[in-house]
Design a protein around this ligand. Structure first.
Ligand SMILES: Cc1ncc(COP(=O)(O)O)c(C=O)c1O
Length: 361
């Protein structure tokens, strides 16, 4: 296939990024932190695409990138991005070695919540004559990883001071249970309430003479509120660049949906049609995909790898027509594709690899 110039030249299903919309989302987030102490640390898990990360950093307001895996960190470091936080625990000799090798080439920090997941990193780093910066993770209500705020966190920070090869750089505190809350008033309230113990713990460390330069947390649904709280200086927003229909329902006008999946009508009947994209092309953890711009068209079956069945009485679509679908979960959808096709209207403006999808090793 020659390089596609127009959307109608594309093989489907294809992952599309509306570039003017994505660029506007990036600029809006940067504008939200202008003049504030808190910086954005965009979460790469949203798209896993290095050129898009470079565009986020170039827009300003950022202190670096957040990642979920060491493979994601490797993609960024190999792409020339220097300041990366692995906001998860890294365990197992192979992953620890991979992490420490990256830390020998760039500033790469990692979350820990016990001596058991911190010490092996220290041992591997010390063997190379390095120190890896760690953030102690506090569980601010998500019940994923992390320690209770206050004394248990302070106690671990004190223990880590005796572990060679690591340096305590601050606190990781992500409230996944908050960013998913549907109502903005309740979300804002819970965002503040959940972050207060982490801020208090940071103050307590500082007042006892322990430097705690970083407190990193929040997401697309909470970063504006959290960014106005004294004591939080990094905002790990992810989904704001691409968005999806489920996040859009929660954040309203703040950001717009830039990500879609281009699909082709492969069969029609009077009251509907079938598309050539199924669960292999679109993640659906938070609900089935929607047909962009067509609220009357309802996805009635989404359980096949290569089909979506749509109820659409009165539709005028023909076999071969293209349709844009939107996903309920942008991050997992990007993970299903090798590339994203940037477009402006019907024109293809670039094609970017999603190099950190899946697992590299
Ligand atoms: C640790 C961490 N920080 C930040 C985010 C970004 O969240 P959002 O996509 O809501 O902006 C996530 C998302 O899962 C996360 O796991």
């Amino acid at each position: 296939m020659t390089d596609p110039k127009h959307l109608h030249d594309l093989a489907t299903p294809a992952l599309l990024l509306n570039w003017p919309t994505a660029r506007r989302n990036i600029e809006r987030a940067a504008a939200c932190v202008a003049g504030r102490e808190a910086r954005l640390r965009p979460h790469f898990k949203n798209h896993k695409c290095v050129p898009l990360a470079q565009a986020q950093l170039a827009a300003g307001g950022c202190c670096g990138m957040t990642v979920a895996t060491v493979d994601e960190a490797a993609a960024l470091v190999d792409g020339g991005i220097d300041n990366v936080l692995v906001a998860n625990q890294v365990v197992g000799a192979a992953r620890v070695e991979q992490l420490v090798e990256l830390a020998s080439r760039a500033t790469v920090r990692v979350a820990v919540d016990a001596v058991d997941n911190a010490a092996p990193i220290g041992v591997a780093a010390d063997a190379r004559g390095l120190e890896v910066g760690v953030l102690v993770e506090i569980d601010v209500g998500s019940r994923r990883c992390g320690l209770p705020a206050g004394e248990p966190t302070v106690a671990l920070v004190r223990e880590l001071a005796d572990v060679p090869g690591i340096r305590f750089d601050g606190i990781q505190a992500y409230h996944g249970h908050v960013v998913g809350m549907p109502l903005s008033i309740e979300r804002d309230e819970e965002a503040r309430r959940s972050m207060e113990p982490a801020i208090e713990t940071r103050r307590r460390l500082q007042s006892s003479g322990i430097a705690c330069p970083i407190l990193s947390g929040a997401g697309t649904g909470s970063f504006q509120v959290v960014g106005s709280m004294d004591g939080v200086n990094e905002l790990q927003i992810g989904s704001y660049v691409t968005m999806d229909w489920s996040y859009k329902q929660r954040v309203g006008d703040a950001f717009d949906i830039a990500l879609s999946i281009l699909a082709t009508v492969i069969s029609t009947r009077a009251d509907g049609f079938v598309l050539d994209a199924g669960v292999k092309a679109i993640a659906h953890e938070f609900g089935p995909p929607q047909i962009a711009g067509q609220q009357d068209f309802v996805v009635s079956a989404f359980d096949s790898e290569e089909h979506t069945v749509v109820d659409a009485p009165g539709h005028r679509l023909k076999v071969g027509d293209h349709v844009h679908m939107t996903s309920s979960h942008c991050c997992a959808t990007c993970n299903l594709h090798h590339q994203m096709i940037l477009h402006d209207g019907d024109d293809v403006v670039d094609v970017w690899p999603i190099s950190a999808r899946g697992y590299a090793v």
